[in-house]
Design a binder for this molecule. Structure first.
Ligand SMILES: Nc1ncnc2c1ncn2[C@@H]1O[C@H](COP(=O)(O)OP(=O)(O)O)[C@@H](O)[C@H]1O
Ligand SMILES: C[C@@](O)(CCOP(=O)(O)OP(=O)(O)O)CC(=O)O
Length: 478
């Protein structure tokens, strides 16, 4: 029997940085080292009051239970999703059960801007829930999304009026979501993971089951994220949102290839074995080794935002085309990178596991520099600005600072935030901040790129994946 749904469920998932393994990790023959960050996206699911729900036994609504509109209480089930940190960020959906086992689809109401990540997560989670839960009646739901500030560039930070009585962790951005520049921490993966996990836990599990249910939530989140993105990426961002920091080897794309769209006949019958990993022909083969891994004692990871993002899909396409056309050379380069990345990971792990041996970061510095050399070769050979010269200049300049171990362009690279490993000491952070505040680029970029404002983000290593949250921190927001 499914457990009684509690009236409110809150869960969060972290952002990520792919320290090493960009492009390589798209191929199962290689791996990536992904760090979860302490910037998280929170999702709070509230059951709207209905006659047959908990709290309606004559004693009024249960604690935290939201009050639905008259329409919600009388008519069809609805899901209202709000991102109250942004202007006009409300998405309202009707819930439609599709014929021929097509699953459950949410239908947007009104003609405001769509949010494919929210929409797809809702449809996928509700389809799975309706397949496994005893009760096919969801009632109406109110969903609130809250994000830590570092997901968005400073241009968006805290333009809105500080609202009285609201918890201090979250900022009122005061702009519409589409105006907020992303910093590249993987907001959509953290959002999809937190949203599908909160819904599934809300309706079919208890919060304590999160640990045991992690694999299923991973499978569902990967399926929903790929569908919303319209492509099957490597999935390292969703994996770290679920499991936390890890050595990641991707899943075989064939697992998701024949799923089809929500609403197509038999969709629920195809989604269920994917989530439960019961298809013996296509078992999940994701590897998340050492998940939840820590940095060595005395080391910290920081990110430097350059407020000038790149278009990952076209970069990926070009790199993969070059690899296909230059297989021999690419194999050698990929092998060198993999080898060096693996040595770097092993050294980080060794130092993390032996705190007494930690403190001498010179090997780590050398390994980071070697990884960068290979990445620069990749940049030259592919003609793709993975580490363009303005980023080389920035990385070189910060690497000279006392207390900085080294840095890399993480993930796909480009004109995105850079990742820097430092000695975990406030004076090093202060030195970096000061250096960046006065920093101006002096080189002409090889790809014509320009870096404007550079600034240290407040985000650091977080290591932990999806986790249950307490409601108190959302005071004034839900
Ligand atoms: N706070 C939020 N509330 C609602 N949706 C969000 C929020 N943050 C991000 N999103 C969704 O995620 C999308 C950004 O995803 P994407 O372009 O893949 O960037 P990222 O690299 O950060 O994952 C937004 O267009 C929006 O649909
Ligand atoms: C190229 C990649 O291997 C890494 C991209 O990493 P990023 O962290 O740059 O990704 P976005 O969040 O999409 O900007 C593609 C992949 O693994 O999917």
């Amino acid at each position: 029997m499914s457990p009684q749904p509690s009236s409110v469920t809150a869960l969060s998932a972290p952002g990520k940085v792919l320290l090493t393994g960009g492009y390589l990790v798209l191929d199962r023959a290689y791996t990536g080292t992904v760090f979860a960050l302490n910037a998280r996206i929170h999702v709070v699911v509230q059951q709207l009051r209905r006659g047959h729900r908990r709290g309606a036994s004559g004693s009024g609504p249960a604690v935290g239970e939201a009050h639905g509109t008259a329409e919600e209480q009388e008519g069809e089930n609805t899901v209202v999703v709000r991102s109250p940190q942004f202007v006009d960020a409300v998405w309202e959906y009707g819930v439609q059960r599709c014929s021929d086992g097509g699953g459950v689809k949410v239908i947007p109401k009104g003609d405001g801007p769509r949010n494919p990540f929210v929409e797809t997560s809702l449809s996928y989670a509700l389809t799975y829930i309706s397949y496994v839960a005893d009760s096919k009646d969801f009632g109406s739901l109110s969903v609130t999304i809250l994000a830590d500030s570092d997901y968005y560039s400073e241009t968006a930070t805290s333009k809105g009026p500080a609202s009285q009585g609201r918890s201090g962790r979250f900022v009122n951005f005061g702009v519409p979501l589409f105006e907020a520049h992303k910093t590249g921490l993987g907001s959509s993966a953290a959002l999809v993971t937190a949203l599908v996990s909160a819904l599934v836990i809300h309706r079919t599990m208890q919060p304590e089951d999160l640990g045991a249910g992690r694999d299923k939530l991973h499978n569902l989140a990967q399926a929903a994220h790929c569908a919303a993105q319209g492509k099957v990426g490597s999935g390292f961002d969703v994996a770290s949102a679920v499991y936390g920091s890890c050595l990641y080897r991707r899943f075989s794309p064939s697992i998701l290839e024949s799923l089809g769209d929500v609403g197509s006949p038999g969709f629920e019958e195809r989604l269920f074995p994917i989530v439960e990993d019961s298809d013996t022909e296509h078992p999940w083969d994701t590897e998340c080794v050492d998940f939840g891994m820590q940095l060595p004692r005395g080391m910290q990871l920081v990110l430097c935002d350059v407020d000038c993002g790149s278009g990952t899909p076209s970069m990926v396409k070009k790199v993969l085309e070059w690899r296909k056309a230059n297989r021999k050379e690419a194999d050698i380069l990929w092998a060198s990178l993999q080898n060096n990345n693996e040595r770097l990971r092993q050294e980080l792990k060794r130092q993390a596991q032996h705190p007494d041996a930690a403190g001498d970061f010179s090997d780590i510095r050398t390994l980071l520099e070697r990884t960068r050399q290979h990445i620069r070769t990749m940049t030259r050979r592919t003609g793709v600005p993975i580490e363009p010269s303005v980023q080389t200049e920035l990385l070189d300049s910060v690497s000279e600072l006392e207390g900085v171990i080294g840095g890399v362009v993480p993930g796909a690279g480009g004109y995105d935030a850079i990742a820097i490993l430092i000695r975990d000491d406030p004076t090093v952070v202060a030195r970096l901040r000061e250096h960046l505040a006065n920093w101006t680029s002096k080189v002409e970029d090889d790809f014509g790129g320009k870096i404007g404002n550079v600034r240290l983000l407040g985000v650091q290593h977080g290591s932990e994946g999806a986790k249950n949250e307490m409601l108190e921190q959302y005071a004034g927001w839900i």
